[in-house]
Design a protein around this ligand. Structure first.
Ligand SMILES: [Zn+2]
Length: 210
């Protein structure tokens, strides 16, 4: 299979997983990945992520110009393009509205405290970007303060964006953010989480660096 076809197949698989896991409803959410030629392959606008097929995907130039014919690009493509511009290491971007993480984002609570060791090691702090009108350039501006350090950002009253070195990596980060938010919600039902101490975090990081 060509690199393009391989990437298209993976992108469709991630889109379907987002819908099946309930991370998006109706036509919400969007997924993109960098092609070997430097262009971006992305889910189209106004389409359910559970029914996206490879022929529905759109190709864009790095400046956002639509290269493929047929469907239009996702309304949040500006946020994706911004992340690729700011992070040369990023190969894929996933945006979704998973229930628990978006609930925290609506309550304006970022997941920045060290609570779960696997989140501290695998994701680090998950900051909360200030509210921005969806589909506008405000969204890119809202994540600008965090995009270089974070690999997952909560969008106030909106959802979550994750990115990484591959489509699977970006998708698994979305799963981890939602799982962390769900576990934190349960901990708060049980009297509240106990945050790891500085010493515990230091030991954790030195253990996993080895
Ligand atoms: Zn959204």
């Amino acid at each position: 299979m060509s690199p393009h076809a391989d990437l298209a197949r993976l992108l469709v698989s991630v889109s379907h997983r987002l819908y099946e896991r309930g991370f998006v409803t109706a036509n919400d959410g969007n997924v993109s990945a960098l092609l070997p030629n430097g262009n971006i392959l992305a889910t189209p606008t106004s389409m359910n992520k559970g029914s996206v097929g490879e022929s529905d995907l759109v190709e864009l130039a790095p400046d956002g110009a639509l290269i493929s014919s047929g469907r239009g690009a996702s309304s949040e493509i500006g946020m994706h393009l911004f992340i690729y511009r700011e992070r040369a290491d990023v190969q894929a971007v996933v945006h979704a509205h998973p229930t628990y993480a978006t609930g925290f984002a609506a309550a304006r609570i970022g997941l920045t405290e060290p609570v779960f060791p696997e989140v501290v090691v695998g994701l680090g702090r998950i900051p909360l970007a200030s509210y921005a009108t969806p589909s506008t350039h405000e969204v890119a501006e809202s994540i600008a303060p965090f995009v270089k350090e974070a690999n997952a950002i909560m969008l106030a009253n909106h959802g979550v964006v994750t990115y990484g070195k591959s489509l699977d990596d970006a998708y698994y980060k979305m799963e981890k953010v939602e799982h962390a938010a769900h576990m934190l919600f349960v901990a708060r039902m049980l009297g509240g989480e106990r945050v790891l101490s500085g010493g515990e975090v230091g030991k954790l990081l030195s253990t996993f660096k080895k």
